[in-house]
Design a protein around this ligand. Structure first.
Ligand SMILES: *Cc1c(COP(=O)(O)O)cnc(C)c1O
Ligand SMILES: [Zn+2]
Length: 410
């Protein structure tokens, strides 16, 4: 890609070539893709983006690899929906839902994996792999198949059925006894002496760039404008930092006027190291052992924790640790008002949004986007005990007795 300068350490600023590496040799800081914005400015425009494909690849001027050989199963350009019903209930007149459960494997992870897999092919890897909290597994396995690559996908054993089957249908899934942090450590060890492309380990600098597309899309779909608030579900913190980066890229390039956006972190109380650090005024999240039903967010040692804390502060945002017993309620609230069935991470976001509205952190007329990053069909366990539709005989009498009777009684 002509616009990529290489990799740069986020801590000490040292430059590296664009290779499958992810930590700085000098300070062990994480590496990030560095771009030549002056050259991008000359080639990018709103018109050119609008003429691009209806996927994340319309933004390939700002991605680490071009669209020519993209491993593309259709990630991106998901609906941004005006949430009038939920907004009315929460007293928010300008509320939007970005529905990333509409991605091909039903989570935002298709964005990051599409970029990482394309880059892995370019590097000449023949095997794609990942350490997943759930959604990444399905996305990696699906893109691996599309790319015709070998793949090995690692998941914690105690995940929801929908996550396991939704990934294993694509093949080559391995369940590991332990939590995500154990899986991640195992994968780091495996990666030491195998030439595999672990999308979220040695490919992480490229992987995380895929998340910027969510920020780009928000701005484009709002009519080339950054919203005043974004509420983001946070696990490692990668998505959170890259939505902010995406919005700021657009401002740097003059595609939008500026970034007034306040960035809000949503985590579940049972795994909220980043939210806790923000709330307690600390710069470094303290590692935790996850114990939450929001399994897709269950990372106890978040790689992008300190950067997320810094962005919440810099953007005058906030952080919410949503009580575990409010997660299913958030899922139901979104389903009942907007007709969207989100996974547990979405329940976390909607409950956090509700609190921010009640506390007045988000004003009634301020433009707000809540990110729904995964589908509720993969986390049925979270709500199945509360959902109990009536069963009737196939007769009018049975309908009248059971259903109309219940209506009369209520
Ligand atoms: C992975 C994931 C996130 C956030 O991931 P980060 O590690 O913070 O980038 C959010 N929602 C869902 C549903 C996810 O699967
Ligand atoms: Zn460094």
């Amino acid at each position: 890609m002509p616009h990529v300068l290489g990799l740069r350490c986020k801590e000490c600023g040292r430059d590296y070539p664009a290779e499958p590496i992810y930590v700085c040799d000098y300070c062990f800081g994480p590496l990030e893709v560095a771009y030549d914005y002056d050259s991008i400015r000359k080639s990018i425009s709103r018109e050119k983006i609008k003429d691009g494909p209806l996927t994340i690849w319309r933004y390939d001027d700002l991605l680490p690899v071009g669209r020519e050989n993209a491993v593309d199963i259709g990630a991106g350009m998901t609906p941004l929906i005006r949430a009038t019903n939920l907004g009315r209930l929460l007293g928010l007149n300008n509320l939007w839902i970005k529905n990333d459960s509409a991605n091909p494997t039903h989570s935002f992870k298709d964005r990051v994996v599409s970029v990482a897999t394309t880059k892995a092919l370019e590097f000449g890897f023949d095997t794609i792999a990942c350490a997943s909290t759930g959604n990444l597994a399905g996305a990696t396995a699906a893109h691996g198949n599309k790319a015709g690559m070998k793949k090995v996908v690692f998941l914690p054993e105690n995940l929801e059925r929908g996550k396991i089957i939704g990934a294993a249908i694509f093949g080559n899934v391995v369940l590991v006894r332990g939590n995500y942090d154990d899986v991640n450590r195992l994968c780091s060890e495996l990666g030491d002496d195998r030439r595999w492309a672990f999308v979220n380990i040695n490919m992480r600098p490229y992987y995380s760039e895929g998340s910027k597309s969510l920020g780009y899309e928000l701005a484009e779909q709002l009519g080339w404008r950054a919203p005043q608030h974004v509420v983001v579900p946070v696990a490692s913190g990668s998505l959170f930092t890259k939505v902010w980066k995406g919005l700021n890229d657009f401002a740097t390039l003059g595609l939008i006027d500026g970034v007034p956006t306040r960035m809000h972190i949503a985590q579940a109380e049972g795994c909220s190291p980043i939210a806790r650090a923000v709330i307690d005024g600390q710069t470094h999240p303290r590692p935790v052992i996850p114990n939450t039903i929001a399994k897709s967010l269950a990372i106890g040692t978040p790689a992008d924790g300190i950067y997320s804390v810094a962005i919440a502060k810099e953007s005058r945002g906030s952080a919410t640790a949503v009580p575990e017993n409010e997660i299913a309620a958030g899922m139901r609230l979104l389903a009942e008002t907007e007709g969207i069935f989100a996974e547990t991470a979405g329940g976390v976001v909607i409950s956090a949004l509700k609190r921010l509205a009640e506390q007045g952190v988000i004003g009634p007329d301020e433009e707000t986007v809540a990110l729904i990053t995964g589908s509720g069909l993969k986390t049925l366990e979270a709500v199945q005990d509360e959902i109990d539709p009536p069963v009737i005989d196939a007769t009018v009498e049975s309908f009248d007795e059971v259903v109309m009777g219940a209506v009369r009684r209520s």
